[in-house]
Design a protein around this ligand. Structure first.
Ligand SMILES: Cc1cc2nc3c(=O)[nH]c(=O)nc-3n(C[C@H](O)[C@H](O)[C@H](O)COP(=O)(O)OP(=O)(O)OC[C@H]3O[C@@H](n4cnc5c(N)ncnc54)[C@H](O)[C@@H]3O)c2cc1C
Length: 468
């Protein structure tokens, strides 16, 4: 078998949204970059439809999606519906418009290739070579569809782990293996998305009319099976297609995403044959307290850069990729811990507050019976303002009217009000902790910060003192 050996400034593992964006941005910043995936490039990353707020594209330096990549009509609404029936409330336009992920991933690949990134996909038998704690090369076999397989060895000063929640490199580099526990059970969301034909457009219109919705709007329910569970129905504006989404606790205690999807279809007989879709696990814990080690950076799901309240990771992965490129572009060694720390500190200080705070909320909701989760919306504790903040993944003001409805809800469900009153200060304390993420790569400081965060959040710290 033919063999190649090449040297790069950076090798990115994983060509989903986070990895493809990182490779493109790093290459555009002047670094010689390679991008690897175990799947063929046209199958890398998410292949379903995801909701991603437009501001993430702006912050990452990407053009906003347009049709056909952008699936949502410009003023399409999200209507949150009580599971028990009724019309709930509407947010128009929806804070997170839906996007065809295959087209977004393809756009990022094109951008990466145009900027000079060398792509290797699919690859197999990947092995990382370490010198001490630092990776120095990856080896494996590249099987391009149109040419004979070839062995490769790629040397680099920086390796980016964008391989998704299981984190291939994260599990091999000693410091990361120690400080970044693989998410399990309660820290995973099992999700399924499917785009289908509309078998009965009149039935779909009747469904929408009964809920004051228009074609193109998205219907969402929370607390459908256990505290952390959701389902969504998106009747497309063309009245020819519908998108379905299920999210449920990854530990299986509330049933499988497949069973919930079957039930969702049975409840909406106007939805017809499936056309495309996919699913998998999404990590929903806070980002790892440690995002980098010498010669390695984690981005995207591999870093748990996912909004815990609803398991959305695309936008955070894109802005993380941008921050990483900004941090390492100008130094002599892109893998130097000092340069990489700039990325970690900026990400944690900027987005840690909202991610960490909503992880507190998520953990509270996880343990609630579904009737209580539903009561959070039905009694007004979670209204359009709070939902807007959560879905846009950006802090913003909650309107006065919503505070009044929270007060009314407190009269109806004082027990829930007490629980909310307890987690409010905890969310604020966690947000404040993230603002103090260590500015420098001092192991002792990171361990102390991790412990302080753990105390504020009520979780086990990732990094323990003495581990430095
Ligand atoms: C059904 C569903 C619905 C979702 N809805 C939303 C939503 O509405 N909004 C949102 O923001 N997010 C949503 N998410 C989450 C979102 O899809 C992920 O957060 C996002 O895809 C993560 O991107 P990533 O690039 O980090 O990882 P991935 O998309 O997982 O890409 C990782 C890539 O790494 C490759 N790989 C794996 N191992 C290796 C290895 N050893 N070497 C090289 N390559 C490797 C994989 O083949 C893959 O191509 C949803 C997820 C699911 C499952």
């Amino acid at each position: 078998m033919r063999a190649i050996r090449e040297s790069f400034d950076v090798v990115v593992l994983g060509a989903g949204t986070a990895g493809a964006a990182a490779a493109a941005f790093l290459s555009e910043a002047g670094l010689r970059a390679a991008l690897l995936d175990t799947r063929p490039l046209d199958q890398a990353g998410a292949c379903w439809v995801n909701a991603v707020p437009y501001w993430f594209y702006d912050a990452a330096g990407l053009d906003r999606p347009v049709s056909p990549e952008d699936v949502a009509p410009p003023d399409g609404a999200l209507r949150m519906l009580p599971v028990s029936g009724g019309k709930g409330f509407e947010i128009r336009p929806a804070p997170a418009p839906t996007v065809d992920m295959a087209l977004l991933v393809r756009r990022l690949h094109r951008r990466a290739v145009a900027s000079g990134v060398h792509c290797f996909a699919p690859v197999r038998d990947l092995v990382a070579e370490l010198e001490g704690p630092r990776p120095v090369a990856v080896t494996g076999i590249h099987e391009p569809g149109d040419a004979a397989p070839r062995r490769f060895r790629l040397d680099a000063r920086l390796f980016v782990d964008a391989t998704g929640w299981t984190g291939f490199l994260r599990g091999l580099v000693p410091t990361l293996r120690r400080d970044c526990p693989v998410p399990t059970g309660r820290d995973l969301c099992a999700a399924l998305q499917e785009d289908c034909e509309l078998a009965d457009p009149e039935g779909a219109q009747a469904f929408l009319a009964a809920r004051d919705m228009r074609p193109g709007d998205v219907a969402g329910w929370v607390g459908v099976r256990g505290g952390f569970s959701t389902r969504m129905v998106h009747v497309h504006g063309d009245l020819a297609h519908a998108g379905l989404l299920i999210g449920v606790s990854g530990d299986g205690r509330n049933g499988t995403a497949a069973a919930l999807m079957a039930r969702l279809k049975a409840d909406h007989p106007f939805v017809g044959r499936g056309i495309r879709g996919g699913g998998g696990m999404i990590p929903v814990r806070r980002p790892f307290d440690r995002l980098v080690a010498p010669g390695v950076a984690l981005v995207g799901d591999a870093a748990c850069q996912v909004f815990p309240g609803h398991a959305s990771g695309v936008g955070m992965g894109l802005v993380a990729a941008r921050m990483l490129a900004d941090a390492v572009a100008s130094g002599d060694d892109p893998g130097a811990i000092e340069a990489l720390w700039g990325y970690a500190a900026r990400f944690q200080r900027t987005h840690g507050p909202i991610l960490g705070a909503f992880d507190v909320f998520r953990r509270m909701a996880w343990d609630m019976p579904e009737s209580d989760v539903q009561a959070l919306t039905d009694c007004g504790f979670v209204g359009p303002g709070m939902t807007q903040v959560a879905l846009s993944q950006r802090l913003g003001p909650v309107p006065l009217g919503e505070l009044i409805s929270i007060a009314r809800g407190a009269l109806r469900r004082p027990d829930l009000a007490a629980r909310m009153a307890l987690i409010g200060p905890r969310m604020a304390a966690v947000a404040a902790a993230y603002k103090a993420y260590p500015a420098d790569p001092d192991p002792g400081m990171l361990a102390r910060w991790s412990r302080a965060l753990g105390t504020a959040a009520g979780v086990t710290p990732d990094v323990r003192e003495g581990d430095a």
